[in-house]
Design a protein around this ligand. Structure first.
Ligand SMILES: Nc1ncnc2c1ncn2[C@@H]1O[C@H](COP(=O)(O)OP(=O)(O)OP(=O)(O)O)[C@@H](O)[C@H]1O
Ligand SMILES: [Mg+2]
Ligand SMILES: [Zn+2]
Length: 497
């Protein structure tokens, strides 16, 4: 079946056609109408939210022969040439390419040349954060002495990477993620005008997964279309786009609440082996927990962002079972993990640890109130989190020990005197007290080490280097342990006994 390239075909051609970004659109359109444009703009915001589209609309509006209320007519030769990419005075530079950098280098001379074809030269510099220092300097010099009749529009998804010297010379507009509802409306139109038939559930699913990006949403519709153009259902969307089903997340959470690590780990393995990404799973889990929390708090009034109709009943059951503070805490754990995953190699490991932490959190039950009434200090949120992390480590350590025991009991005896400290990248740190030098040395021997490596490989599905350390070695405490807190919390530093 054909490929529609909807996102290109459906690029908004006027300010009126832009979805969302209301403040930006109004401000720019008014400035054009009143002839108040400045010479440099930064458009920053997530991918596929309209930065390049609006830059092009501006380029047309300032060069259009018959503009109306700041809008381009899209019919004069200037508008049409710009739409076709044939207009000499609208120059698009991709800062991420080598050519882009060369173009910036001789920008200073080139901008002095008056517009050849239109009223204003418009430079659209995409992905501007990718420029080299040298290119930034060249750009800065140009912005410092702005020539007449030139407008720069710098677009970026990562404004924090742009030198402040540049930012301060530009007017800045922040583009926002689009609301699911805005995306749904646009998708429905796009589907309708291309004869694609899909149900509301599918639309909602795509809109949610696009995470506020219209290009991604339209791209997904394209992908679906190339697979099937009619009677598209939720299952088709999940299959074609390789998404995690909310039913899956729901069952995963069932395993967490039921304190069933075996099922949980199996489910994670299955998902990862099917090619799902750890980051995706964590994101979906966050969305699920968000829906669960909201339902717990406001009941039927909750507007679900992720959980589909078929899954509401199970969510309701979970809401009855789970404590709201713990759901909130789990949501925090998931969101934190999402951040860490961006920088981590040990995806599977971190994923498992995240769910184990949640499991540990839901395990600390009713005993607490009694303790508190006996005059003990009420545990703070930070204390609770520490407990969560410690329990997660314990669950993990027990799994490793059990795996080793199955393979060789004497190795298990040696290992069980140690303590899992934490991991850093592909390295796992295991600590022994000073008096256990014998155990440590034996574990360092090839035969025992190999058994442990094998178990770890089975548990995490990847190779890890193991380093055995003495717990009360000051240097270890300072160096190794401080690094190892990455996954297990600061409490580890205090392990002495
Ligand atoms: N606000 C919007 N309204 C309508 N369509 C949009 C909007 N934003 C994006 N789109 C759709 O997505 C496509 C890509 O948008 P655009 O190139 O403007 O995004 P961008 O913000 O420049 O993204 P990137 O940062 O990836 O360059 C457009 O052709 C259009 O189909
Ligand atoms: Mg762009
Ligand atoms: Zn025109």
């Amino acid at each position: 079946m054909a490929y529609l390239a909807l996102y290109r075909a459906l690029r908004p051609q006027t300010f009126a056609e832009v979805v969302g970004q209301e403040q930006t659109v109004t401000a720019l359109q008014n400035a054009i109408k009143d002839d108040r444009l400045t010479h440099a703009y930064i458009f920053s915001g997530p991918r596929g939210t309209g930065k390049t589209s609006i830059a092009k609309i501006m380029a047309k509006a300032v060069n259009c022969e018959n503009p109306v209320q700041g809008e381009p007519c899209n019919q004069c030769s200037a508008c049409m040439d710009i739409n076709n990419g044939n207009f000499m005075d609208v120059i698009e530079i991709d800062a991420a390419s080598n050519r882009g950098i060369d173009e910036i280098r001789d920008l200073r001379e080139r901008v002095r040349v008056m517009p050849a074809q239109g009223k204003k030269k418009v430079y659209i510099i995409d992905e501007v954060h990718m420029l080299t220092t040298e290119a930034f300097n060249a750009l800065l010099k140009t912005l410092e002495e702005p020539p007449e009749s030139v407008i720069f529009i710098l677009a970026t998804t990562e404004p924090q990477k742009i030198p402040s010297t540049i930012i301060s010379r530009c007017q800045r507009y922040n583009f926002r993620r689009l609301q699911p509802q805005q995306i749904i409306l646009r998708l429905r139109e796009a589907a309708h005008s291309n004869g694609i038939e899909l149900d509301d559930d599918s639309l909602a699913l795509i809109a949610r997964r696009a995470n506020g990006g219209m290009r991604d949403a339209l791209g997904m519709l394209d992908q679906l279309y190339s697979f099937k153009d009619h009677d598209i259902k939720r299952e088709d969307v999940l299959e074609v786009l390789g998404l995690v089903d909310d039913l899956f997340v729901s069952r995963l959470l069932d395993a967490v609440l039921a304190q069933d690590p075996g099922t949980m780990v199996d489910m994670l393995n299955t998902a990862l082996n099917e090619g799902k990404e750890a980051g995706q799973l964590i994101r979906e889990t966050s969305l699920y927990l968000r829906d669960l929390l909201l339902y717990k708090l406001v009941g039927e009034r909750a507007e679900f962002l992720f959980v589909g109709a078929a899954n509401r009943e199970n969510l309701q059951k979970q809401a009855q079972r789970a404590d709201k503070h713990k759901i909130l805490q789990s949501l925090r754990i998931a969101m934190e993990a999402g951040e860490k995953l961006k920088f981590s190699e040990g995806q599977r490991f971190l994923l498992e640890l995240t769910y184990l932490e949640m499991m540990a959190l839901f395990a600390q039950e009713e005993a607490k109130p009694a303790e508190i009434s006996e005059g003990k200090k009420k545990p703070t949120a930070a204390d609770k989190e520490k407990i969560g992390r410690n329990d997660a480590r314990e669950i993990l350590w027990n799994r490793i020990l059990a795996g080793v025991k199955e393979k060789k009991i004497p190795t298990h005896a040696l290992l069980s005197q140690g303590k899992l400290l934490g991991t850093k990248g592909d390295t796992m740190y295991i600590g022994y007290q000073k008096g256990y030098g014998f155990h440590k040395e034996r574990m360092e021997e090839k035969a025992n080490r190999e058994i442990l490596e094998q178990v770890i490989k089975e548990v995490f599905n990847r190779d890890m280097e193991i380093i055995f350390v003495f717990l009360d070695d000051q240097q270890v405490n300072d160096m190794v342990v401080k690094k190892a807190i990455e996954y297990f919390g600061e409490d580890i530093v205090q392990i002495k006994d």
